[in-house]
Structures are given as C-alpha cells and as structure tokens.
Design a protein around this ligand. Structure first.
Ligand SMILES: *[C@@H]1O[C@H](CO)[C@@H](O)[C@H](O)[C@H]1NC(C)=O
Ligand SMILES: *[C@@H]1O[C@H](CO)[C@@H](O)[C@H](O)[C@H]1NC(C)=O
Ligand SMILES: *[C@@H]1O[C@H](CO)[C@@H](O)[C@H](O)[C@H]1NC(C)=O
Ligand SMILES: *[C@@H]1O[C@H](CO)[C@@H](O)[C@H](O)[C@H]1NC(C)=O
Ligand SMILES: *[C@@H]1O[C@H](CO)[C@@H](O)[C@H](O)[C@H]1NC(C)=O
Ligand SMILES: *[C@@H]1O[C@H](CO)[C@@H](O)[C@H](O)[C@H]1NC(C)=O
Ligand SMILES: *[C@@H]1O[C@H](CO)[C@@H](O)[C@H](O)[C@H]1NC(C)=O
Ligand SMILES: *[C@@H]1O[C@H](CO)[C@@H](O)[C@H](O)[C@H]1NC(C)=O
Ligand SMILES: *[C@@H]1O[C@H](CO)[C@@H](O)[C@H](O)[C@H]1NC(C)=O
Ligand SMILES: *[C@@H]1O[C@H](CO)[C@@H](O)[C@H](O)[C@H]1NC(C)=O
Ligand SMILES: *[C@@H]1O[C@H](CO)[C@@H](O)[C@H](O)[C@H]1NC(C)=O
Length: 423
C-alpha cells in the first residue's frame, strides 16, 4: 500500500508526461522532480568538484577561481528566491532529483542519481546541525528495519575542498515497488559545503560499479547490483531532459524513448565508472574525426570535460568565445548560435553505428554573471587536460537515451541512442 502510493507521489510530482509507471514485475520507472530553487554553482566550483571526484590535482588557477567565486555563493534556500535575473529561455537549467524510499515506514528522500559513483549516502539525523540547511534527513532510529553496521565507515571526496564521511546502516530501500531489504545506506557525519548549500538535495545514489564503493573495511554492492537479479533485464536507462525532469528505468528498454538504433560499446568494469571508448567527433556538419576518446558517462557531472583538441576546435567555431581565466572555462556571447557536437558512440563503424548528435542549444552551462557581465555565457563543454579522459556529463546526456547493461563479468556495455530533444 505504502509502496504504490510512493509510485504515485513520484509520478504525480513530475515524471507523468514522460514515461509510464513501471508496473510489471521486474520493471521500474523512476521520474525525476525539478528543484526549481537550485542556484547553479559557478563553473569553477563545478569543475573543481570533478577534479576531486576523479582524483586529479587542482591547478592553481582553478583553485584561485574557486576562491574568487565561492565568496559570493548564495545558499539554495527553498523558500527564498531573491536575486534572480530575468532569464533567457533555454539557459540556466535547474537541478533534478529523484525521490527514493528508505526504511520502514518509508522515509522519502530526494536524491541525486549519479552514474559516476557507487555510494548511496544521505543526510541524516547524525549529520551535524551546522552542516544541514533544510535537507530531508534519514532517521535510522525511526525505521524498524534499520541496522547499524558496526565497524563500517565511508569516506568520499566530493566538492569544494572538503569531503563526505560517516557510518553505515543497512535498511530497506525501494525503487517503486522493487525493494531490497539490506541495502547499505551511508549516513553522513560530515558533508562538503556545496552539499550543505543545496537544501533540496538529501544525498547521492550511485549507479556506478560496486567495485568503487567506498565503505571500509568492505565495499558494499550498489542498489542496482542488489536488485539486478529481480529485474527482467539487467539494465537501467538514463533519459535526462533539457528543462524538464528526466526518467530512469530499471529492468527494460523503452523502445519508444529513442530514435534510430542503439549503438553499444564494451565497458571497462575495473572502476566505479561506466568507462568506454568513443570513436571520434564532428563539429556541426563538418567531417568526422576518427580518434579514440576514452570516456565516462556521468549523470553526476553537469558539464562535459573533454579532449583539449576537440574543445579548442569546438569553441573556435563560435565568434567571441574564449577561455576565461576568471571563470576558468570557455565563455561565449549569449546571443551566439552554438554548433552541434557529434560524438562517435561505437568504435566499429558499421552501418548501424549511429553517432550521438548534441544540439548546439544544449551546449551551454548557463549565464556567467547576472550582474557584472551581461550577455556572457559559460560553455557546457570544457577542457580537462589533466583528466586524460572525456567526462560525458549532462550537457551530452540530455541529448541521449543511455542504456547501462550489466553482463556477466567482463561483458557489461553501454549503449547510446539519439532521441527527439525538446529545446
Ligand atoms: C509491482 O507492482 C505490479 C503491479 O502492482 C505487480 O504486478 C508486480 O509484481 C510488482 N513487482 C514487484 C517486483 O513486486
Ligand atoms: C589519487 O591519485 C594519487 C596519485 O595522483 C594516488 O596516489 C592515489 O592513490 C589516488 N587515490 C585514489 C582514491 O584513487
Ligand atoms: C530572502 O533573503 C533576503 C536576503 O538575504 C532577505 O532580505 C529576505 O527577507 C528573505 N526573504 C524571505 C522570504 O525569507
Ligand atoms: C538514536 O537514538 C539514540 C538514543 O536516543 C541516540 O543516542 C542516537 O544519536 C540516535 N541516532 C540517530 C542516528 O539519530
Ligand atoms: C560496536 O562494537 C564495539 C566492539 O565490539 C562495541 O564496543 C560497541 O558498543 C558497538 N557499538 C554499537 C553501536 O553497537
Ligand atoms: C548482478 O550483479 C552481481 C554483482 O555485480 C553479479 O554477480 C550478477 O551476475 C548480476 N546478475 C545479473 C543477472 O546480471
Ligand atoms: C537500424 O538497424 C537495422 C538493422 O541492423 C537497419 O536495418 C536500420 O537501417 C538501422 N536504422 C537506422 C536508422 O540506421
Ligand atoms: C559496437 O561495437 C561492438 C563491439 O565493438 C559491436 O559488437 C557492435 O556490433 C557495434 N555496433 C553497434 C550498433 O552496437
Ligand atoms: C579502449 O581502447 C584501448 C586501446 O585500444 C583498449 O586498451 C581498451 O581496452 C578499450 N576500452 C574499452 C572499455 O574497451
Ligand atoms: C546539419 O545536419 C543536420 C542533420 O543532417 C541538418 O538537420 C542541419 O540542417 C544541418 N545544419 C547545417 C547548418 O547545415
Ligand atoms: C550579439 O550582441 C552583440 C552586442 O549587442 C552584437 O554586437 C553582436 O552582433 C550580436 N551577435 C549576434 C550573433 O547576434
């Protein structure tokens, strides 16, 4: 009873127009809900977060940009939306969260689903009050099924110089009506300021590979690995949207959600990440450059961080675009028309192989500054020379239908299809 009302809550709150409620056994459809009060962090803060997440040394210029821009960061208060500028439609997308049920009776927490990490961690009644800013808290004492995992702890790098850490419970976690009774739930005893700032977001739910889970002394399986055998197919799909809540489906592929064919690539399973090789790129309708791009699909990254040559070639096509050391990223005049970016999503180049086309209108991160520099926008494609990796973040994922398929060990794969993107 509780469970089916959860499904109604989820879809009533935002996902209704996008996907049918998953109601057959082994199939679950989860809709995101918008967090309209979210204020996007400055680019430097978002980029520094990626450096931390991928364990890269933060360059001095970036560290300085973070200091300059963090000083004026507002708190994301649900109730207070002061200081917003008139928005050009199509820019400054909000954040989307997914309500997840934990405990008995169910406690519903809005979480950020992150395919780039493997921890399920939440703000809780054990999080120091000074680090809580209106978040919905998980209270293990109020759940009859919560069990303390004595001796287990977790520690994870996220965000702006600080980290997250805490202890671990096991409890019932449910996606729609699919439950796992002993899911490791990591309760935060310390969180970084960027998480504190975001009052609507109660934590992360990682859908990476369990090998990257940070629980010590023993890593624990992700929710997906715990439920995979109950699913019709061992897959989940991510269908993020531009200026609309997206959908995560578990156990099936909704063939009405994409166009053309799905192009699959094998995945390297030795990290948290869904890591694969892209086969090249094209800018706008120019020639396709065949080049191997080691890539990671990461719904937890709002921008794309890619190969220097590709990024330079892309922004060279936009009059007035330049690298700004102040913002620590490429900026461009907001009235410019951005070219599409085409990415080769399969290395085989068969006739069926279909590259992903990201419409130019999606290639933005948002306004640089609503006061100082009117008309300056920040690109959604940035250069990450230290990464040696291409982080395929939300900029691209909003244009794609992505299939994450867990095969027998060594046989997992990731599939990309194009879809009708509503701009
Ligand atoms: C989910 O609910 C549907 C319809 O209520 C039911 O048919 C299905 O068996 C349930 N699935 C699970 C895994 O309990
Ligand atoms: C991070 O990178 C450093 C070297 O740059 C390495 O020594 C360390 O083990 C890495 N940490 C993790 C958690 O991968
Ligand atoms: C919102 O914040 C502003 C600036 O801090 C403050 O002046 C105002 O009273 C707040 N409004 C509400 C409704 O809390
Ligand atoms: C649970 O209750 C006990 C006893 O009242 C208290 O010491 C503990 O801090 C509580 N734990 C949480 C997570 O709130
Ligand atoms: C955890 O285990 C230690 C050592 O066995 C024990 O002293 C402690 O009381 C336990 N803590 C809880 C909360 O069960
Ligand atoms: C589910 O995941 C576990 C852990 O990765 C794996 O051992 C198992 O083979 C998977 N089952 C299916 C059906 O994919
Ligand atoms: C999809 O694949 C099928 C079978 O390989 C092929 O016949 C068809 O042309 C492909 N569709 C597109 C849009 O490329
Ligand atoms: C993609 O690559 C894999 C392995 O390299 C291959 O088996 C597959 O047929 C390719 N094409 C598509 C459309 O998935
Ligand atoms: C990507 O290509 C490199 C070099 O060809 C290869 O060693 C690696 O295994 C590939 N990665 C995946 C996930 O297939
Ligand atoms: C580029 O190609 C796409 C798809 O074929 C087409 O819709 C579009 O009009 C072309 N754009 C330009 C600027 O030629
Ligand atoms: C953008 O605005 C600037 C300043 O108003 C103007 O000079 C420029 O021509 C505009 N560019 C486009 C592409 O409309």
């Amino acid at each position: 009873m509780r469970v089916s009302s959860l499904v109604l809550v989820l879809f009533g709150a935002g996902g209704l127009a996008f996907s049918p409620v998953g109601s057959s056994p082994g199939r679950i459809s989860l809709g995101q809900v918008a967090n309209p009060n979210f204020k996007k962090p400055p680019l430097a803060v978002a980029v520094a977060k990626l450096y931390r997440k991928y364990n890269k040394t933060i360059p001095e210029g970036l560290a300085n940009a973070v200091k300059r821009h963090s000083a004026k960061l507002p708190m994301n208060r649900m109730s207070n939306g002061t200081g917003t500028a008139a928005a050009i439609p199509g820019l400054d997308d909000v954040e989307y969260l997914t309500p997840i049920s934990i405990g008995s009776p169910p406690q519903i927490l809005p979480l950020d689903i992150d395919t780039g990490s493997s921890d399920l961690w939440v703000f809780s009644t054990m999080t120091p009050k000074s680090m809580v800013n209106g978040q919905t808290l998980y209270n293990p004492n109020a759940s009859t099924t919560a069990k303390f995992m004595n001796g287990s702890s977790w520690w994870i790098f996220y965000g702006d110089g600080s980290d997250g850490r805490g202890s671990v419970y096991t409890d019932v976690v449910s996606f729609g009506n699919l439950s796992f009774p002993k899911q490791a739930v990591q309760v935060a005893e310390e969180v970084s300021a960027s998480f504190t700032r975001d009052s609507s977001n109660s934590g992360l739910l990682g859908l990476g590979f369990s090998i990257g889970n940070t629980i010590l002394p023993e890593a624990q399986p992700t929710f997906f690995d715990n439920i995979n055998s109950s699913l019709e197919l061992p897959v989940f799909t991510a269908d993020l949207m531009h200026h609309a809540p997206g959908t995560y489906n578990f156990g099936y592929i909704d063939h009405t959600a994409y166009t053309g064919n799905i192009s699959y690539s094998p995945v390297d399973e030795s990290h948290s990440w869904w890591m694969f090789n892209m086969s090249g790129f094209a800018i706008g309708n120019e020639t396709f450059h065949k080049v191997q791009l080691k890539s990671i699909a990461d719904t937890g990254s709002s921008v794309m961080m890619m190969d220097t040559r590709l990024v330079k070639m892309y922004w060279a096509q936009v009059a007035g675009a330049k690298f700004s050391t102040d913002w620590w990223g490429y900026v461009y005049p907001c009235n410019a028309t951005l070219p599409d970016l085409v990415l080769g999503t399969n290395t085989s180049h068969t006739q069926r192989d279909q590259p992903l086309r990201i419409p130019g209108a999606l290639m933005e991160y948002g306004y640089a500054d609503t006061k100082g520099q009117p008309g300056v926008c920040i690109g959604g494609l940035q250069d990450g020379p230290q990464f040696n990796l291409n982080i395929i973040g939300d900029t691209a994922l909003k244009a794609a239908f992505v299939v994450h398929e867990k095969g027998p060990v060594g046989n997992s794969r990731i599939g990309f299809a194009n879809k009708r993107v509503r701009l």
